[in-house]
Design a binder for this molecule. Structure first.
Ligand code: DON
Length: 328
């Protein structure tokens, strides 16, 4: 009988699960690259990276976790969090709701009852949020926000200028949304300033490793677990995670919340974050998208990780409030 391996040589169980999920999902090649922004199609469709960081800062990675890509709509979670810090939940909700729309991310529409964008995770809501950020920080808005994103990632991030210009030249729907917001009195800043800021924020360059660290920062009540820097207000994080759970995957959000059960946000660059409160942040990158704009492999990998690691919010192993437990 062979001797058990020394403790140091035992495979890390979290790393083993991640390796296994990557191997299971890697062969999935369905889906299409986003090409409605021409520059977005210039990526390697086969790249695939997964990274998990615990809320205590332990990192496991597999695959293409250092390949840069643009954050796209994953930015919407973080910009919403910053807007909540600036105006508070009620202040932001005066301009943007918290209801799932059931429609595509780029729908040119408002909630017909409230006459506001449905939520901050679709383009209309995110452009209203960009207006709030531009109003608060004026010409320094981009710099200030990239600085916050960089603190969350634990390294200095920058903008992919060619993706920004490509979207700026072709983003007619988003400009239409800007005009609609202005007509409804939901945008105090010049339309082009708000929309250009939105385009720039979508063009922030990240890696799957960065996304895991940023997600772990949200999972750690707003403090980056690698260095304990407090990046986001914990109350804003709570409200951000709530909207990510109900609206983060666009018109796939209901099915996602039912099956995977984790606050998440996807982007058409192929990035995806998942945040398990006080436990882990997960970042995925694979640029082939399904018809709703979510990464095919990213969604699949998160489904398996949720099942394997018991990450669903309503998994029977999640005990809920320890305070209530104490009272029972
Ligand atoms: O508004 C747009 O078209 C993009 N810059 C961001 C969209 C996006 O990532 C939607 N995601 N699934």
């Amino acid at each position: 009988m062979s001797a058990a391996p020394p403790f140091d040589a035992m495979p890390d169980p979290l790393q083993a699960v991640l390796n296994d999920v990557h191997a299971q999902v890697c062969g999935k090649v369905e889906g299409q690259l986003a090409d409605y922004i021409p520059e977005l199609a210039r990526v390697n469709p086969d790249d695939f990276g997964l990274a998990i960081m615990t809320a205590k800062g332990r990192l496991c990675t597999v695959g293409d976790v250092d390949v840069p890509f643009t954050i796209q709509s994953v930015a919407k979670a973080f910009t919403y969090c910053i807007a909540l810090e600036i105006l508070g939940a009620e202040g932001v909700q005066a301009r943007v709701g918290v209801e799932p729309s059931g429609d595509a991310f780029n729908a040119i529409e408002f909630d017909p009852v409230s006459r506001r964008p449905y939520n901050p995770m679709v383009n209309a809501g995110a452009i209203a949020v960009a207006g709030i950020l531009r109003g608060a920080y004026q010409a320094n808005a981009l710099e200030k926000i990239v600085e916050r994103f960089s603190l969350a990632a634990g390294r200095k991030l920058d903008i992919d200028q060619s993706v920004f210009r490509s979207e700026q030249m072709t983003g007619y729907r988003n400009r239409a949304i800007g005009h609609l917001l202005c007509a409804a009195g939901l945008l105090d800043e010049p339309i082009d300033d708000a929309v250009d800021l939105y385009f720039q924020l979508c063009s922030i360059r990240v890696t799957a490793r960065d996304l895991a660290t940023m997600a772990a920062t949200l999972s750690n009540m707003g403090a980056n677990p690698t260095n304990a820097v407090e990046v986001f207000d914990f109350r804003a994080v709570r409200n951000t995670l709530s909207v990510m759970l109900s609206c983060g995957m666009y018109n796939f959000s209901g099915k996602w919340t039912h099956d995977v059960g984790i606050p998440a946000k996807s982007g058409v660059g192929g990035g995806l974050i998942c945040v398990v409160n006080r436990q882990v942040g997960i970042g995925a990158f694979s640029p082939r998208l399904d018809a709703k704009g979510n990464s095919v492999r990213g969604v699949h990998a998160m489904q398996i990780l949720s099942d394997e690691l018991g990450l669903h919010a309503f998994e029977c192993t999640n005990a809920g409030s320890s305070f209530i437990e104490h009272l029972l």
